[in-house]
Design a protein around this ligand. Structure first.
Ligand SMILES: [Zn+2]
Length: 531
């Protein structure tokens, strides 16, 4: 029997502290589902009562299948009883199966930051854990600055941890709050703590200020801790938290851990890891780190030369794990032959049959290279790649053409004296022998253009009736010669299938138009609409 290791994700709480990250309620709900689907044991949602988003989050209905949704907050304030502390009351009322308290464990912080006595801090820990237990919650206690506290006063740091454990906390979490601890330190101290508190009740919460949050987490596991806290893509304030996207495959694929421990992430879920990591970046509207271990676009990319030819013979020669295990792909760069095999692998993945000796494959490769240089990112826009491939291979009918469009944005003062902005789009479309003109008003130029374009496509209208736009993202790219706008549009149809299309142009309306056109044509291809 393997020992169970538990994964605790704090992307929505500690990760929300990242500079420039501002999750909406919809973001938080979507990320929670993503973490649950990945097989994470605990999803820490936030700090109910501390801000409107988190308060709404804990009131909103959630559909998590396995993960324990966890609320975060402080232990009771010194000098107050648990029944007379509004912050604690809000936490105890939050709709969450588990509560994670944070408490001081460094005597210096108790005195200087909390301005109370060591004994009162211990009583606050005991009382808060007991109050949450009495409410039927699973309780965790984060010991803030535990490693610094332990170095300064091991007896007191340990007393804080033990107070929580004795009061019934399921997990006592040792936090390296300022991220300054080193792996050998962590291993030694966690080993010492294990003599007082059983390791299967100990967690590690590491920050990345010396680039060693992942190493510190693994060191704690080696010493006996059985819960790891971290975030997706290492999000977190300053230099971030321990990156679960690196920790998970290490636990699953490296024999030292894989042979001893089981985690909640199955092999099938591990294959979704790269997608989860990229989906978070897309949601944050930032470019994924190409060099991210395991999941980055370059993690299994090899330049031409002896390495590439050896990899073609046997991938194990240069790869520490197989890229497919984490949902990534092998990439061989530069050489024509390698490029072709990338394209063929890509076509196979999206279900297009092609002959490797077909000269059109070479043309498609050239086209993709040229477009990627111009800013297209086909990895994020499968549907546009699908269409490009079909066009080069000659299998996309010319369903309709847009001969002209016009978008007018007007700001004026209406009859009530309010300043309003009105957008009108007019589109001229040719379908077969028919010429049509559609006009639509929208809440902005892209919305108006979309509505006008989809208003009347003649005989194709029935195929696109169930099409809706679900997301629209814009990024300005500097491609070297000029700044261009990249638009990604996510669409959904009546069957629930989603796809993403891309447009690139110095003009945002034109880039949006390209992505909209691709989305409609993709839907027609997928529906086998007659030419
Ligand atoms: Zn933290």
């Amino acid at each position: 029997m393997k020992e169970r290791l538990y994964l605790f994700d704090t992307t929505l709480r500690d990760g929300a502290q990242t500079n420039g990250v501002d999750f909406t309620l919809a973001d938080k709900l979507a990320i929670a589902v993503m973490l649950d689907d990945l097989g994470i044991d605990y999803v820490e949602g936030g700090y109910p009562g501390a801000n409107p988003t988190d308060t709404e989050l804990f009131a909103a209905p959630r559909q998590l299948k396995h993960a324990t949704f966890t609320a975060f907050g402080m232990t009771r304030r010194p000098g107050r009883s648990t029944s007379n502390d509004p912050g604690l009351a809000a936490l105890l009322e939050a709709k969450a199966a588990a509560i994670c308290f944070v408490a001081k464990s460094w005597d210096y912080h108790v005195k200087v930051a909390l301005e109370t006595t060591e004994e009162e801090n211990l009583a606050s820990i005991r009382d808060s854990v007991a109050a949450a237990k009495a409410k039927g919650r699973e309780v965790l206690l984060d010991c803030e600055h535990f490693f610094d506290g332990y170095r300064a006063n091991p007896t007191y740091a340990l007393a804080c941890a033990k107070a929580a454990y004795d009061a019934g906390a399921r997990w006592v979490v040792l936090c390296d709050t300022n991220g300054g601890a080193l792996p050998h330190d962590v291993e030694t101290i966690v080993g010492e703590v294990c003599k007082t508190i059983p390791g299967d009740h100990l967690g590690i919460h590491a920050h990345n200020d010396t680039e060693q949050a992942v190493a510190n987490s693994l060191a704690a596991v080696r010493a006996g801790a059985r819960q790891i806290q971290g975030t997706l893509n290492g999000l977190g304030e300053r230099c971030g938290n321990a990156n679960l996207v690196s920790i998970i495959p290490t636990l699953k694929l490296k024999p030292e851990y894989a042979e001893r421990f089981a985690i909640g992430v199955s092999d099938a879920q591990l294959k979704k890891l790269a997608q989860v990591s990229h989906a978070l970046d897309e949601r944050l509207n930032r470019a994924p780190n190409r060099h991210a271990p395991y999941v980055g676009a370059s993690a299994f990319a090899t330049k031409a030369g002896i390495h590439a030819s050896a990899i073609v013979k046997d991938p194990a020669t240069y790869e520490h794990v197989a890229p497919e295990t984490v949902g990534n792909r092998r990439k061989l760069l530069v050489s024509e032959q390698a490029g072709k095999s990338n394209i063929l692998a890509e076509l196979e993945r999206i279900g297009i049959k092609a002959d490797k000796d077909d000269p059109r494959i070479g043309r498609l490769l050239e086209e993709v290279k040229a477009r990627e240089t111009a800013g297209y990112a086909y990895e994020a826009a499968d549907a546009s790649f699908d269409l490009l491939a079909r066009r080069v291979l000659g299998s996309v009918p010319n369903y309709f053409s847009v001969t002209q469009f016009d978008v007018n944005v007007e700001q004026r003062v209406n009859a009530k004296g309010e300043r309003v902005t009105v957008t009108l789009a007019v589109v001229k479309v040719t379908v077969g022998d028919e010429n049509m003109i559609s006009a639509a008003e929208g809440n902005g130029p892209v919305n108006a253009l979309d509505l006008a374009l989809r208003k009347d496509l003649g005989k194709y209208q029935k195929f696109i009736a169930g099409l809706t736009l679900t997301d629209y993202r814009v990024r300005i790219l500097n491609t070297g010669t000029e700044a261009v706008t990249r638009v990604l549009i996510e669409s959904e149809d009546e069957t629930g299938e989603r796809w993403t299309t891309i447009g690139i142009s110095p003009n945002i309306i034109d880039a949006s138009f390209q992505a909209l056109m691709d989305s409609i044509v993709y839907k027609l291809v997928k529906s086998n609409a007659p030419a």
